[in-house]
Design a protein around this ligand. Structure first.
Ligand SMILES: *Cc1c(COP(=O)(O)O)cnc(C)c1O
Length: 230
């Protein structure tokens, strides 16, 4: 099942890249393994997966030690300031920075551990009440402020699009955040890169790729439905 799912996702990514005239190597597939047991992640590892996305600090703490340094871990979920210390230096990218206070905490912990933390700014493009992330209008100011932090490296933007039945409905969101990322890139802010655009989930990753995603976060499409009651 896992193998078939992965083959299907890989095929879909390839075709989306082709439609968009992009190289397959421009898109990183993040396997979103939240709620799944370590044995399932090992299975995915044996099938070639080396990049996992998790949304809870506690799960990251359990899962990271079960794998070697050839595996890359991404924090994709909302991050509380009091939990920052548990993941700094252990994850390769924090996708979900949505406030100055959170960035300040990441700076503090990164300095303490003498590491540089790669982050993305989470943007709530659709301005959904239920979602974290800042508005498009707020992004530039936050980016400029965080760019001064010596132990943080802004690598780009991330968005979680609304759940929709027809993925075409989210195309404008992906296009809007891509435009925003290009605008910021053009400003050539010191210590800021806009080389990463994390967008697209199981329901809409092919549209996201067509609109410029460099990282897609696919959970259900790879691992099947999640059971939150276990
Ligand atoms: C769970 C999650 C995903 C994956 O969602 P699927 O619809 O299962 O692919 C992607 N991004 C974030 C931030 C998530 O929390």
């Amino acid at each position: 099942m896992l193998k078939e799912n992965l083959l299907q996702v890989e095929q879909n990514i390839k075709e989306a890249c082709k439609r968009a005239n992009r190289k397959r190597s421009e898109v990183t597939l993040i396997s979103v393994s939240k709620t799944k047991p370590i044995e399932t992640l090992k299975e995915a590892y044996d099938l070639g997966i080396r990049v996992f996305g998790e949304n809870k600090v506690q799960e990251l703490e359990q899962k990271i030690p079960a794998f070697g340094s050839d595996v890359s871990w991404h924090m994709i979920g909302h991050l509380q300031r009091n939990k920052v210390k548990y993941i700094v230096g252990k994850v390769d990218l924090i996708h979900s920075v949505d406030s100055l206070r959170l960035a300040e905490e990441i700076q503090k912990e990164s300095e303490k551990k003498n590491v540089e933390s790669n982050i993305l700014i989470e943007v709530n493009v659709a301005e959904e009440e239920s979602k974290f992330g800042i508005t498009c209008e707020e992004v530039l100011d936050l980016v400029k402020t965080i760019s001064e932090f010596p132990n943080i490296h802004i690598r780009g933007l991330m968005t979680i699009a609304p759940y929709v039945v027809d993925s075409e409905e989210n195309r404008w969101i992906f296009r809007k955040i891509k435009d925003l990322s290009v605008d910021i890139k053009d400003k050539n802010i010191d210590n800021v890169n806009m080389d990463i655009l994390s967008m697209g989930m199981t329901g809409d990753y092919t549209v996201a790729i067509e609109e410029g995603a460099t990282h897609v976060r696919v959970g259900t499409g790879i691992f099947g439905e999640r059971n939150y009651n276990v």
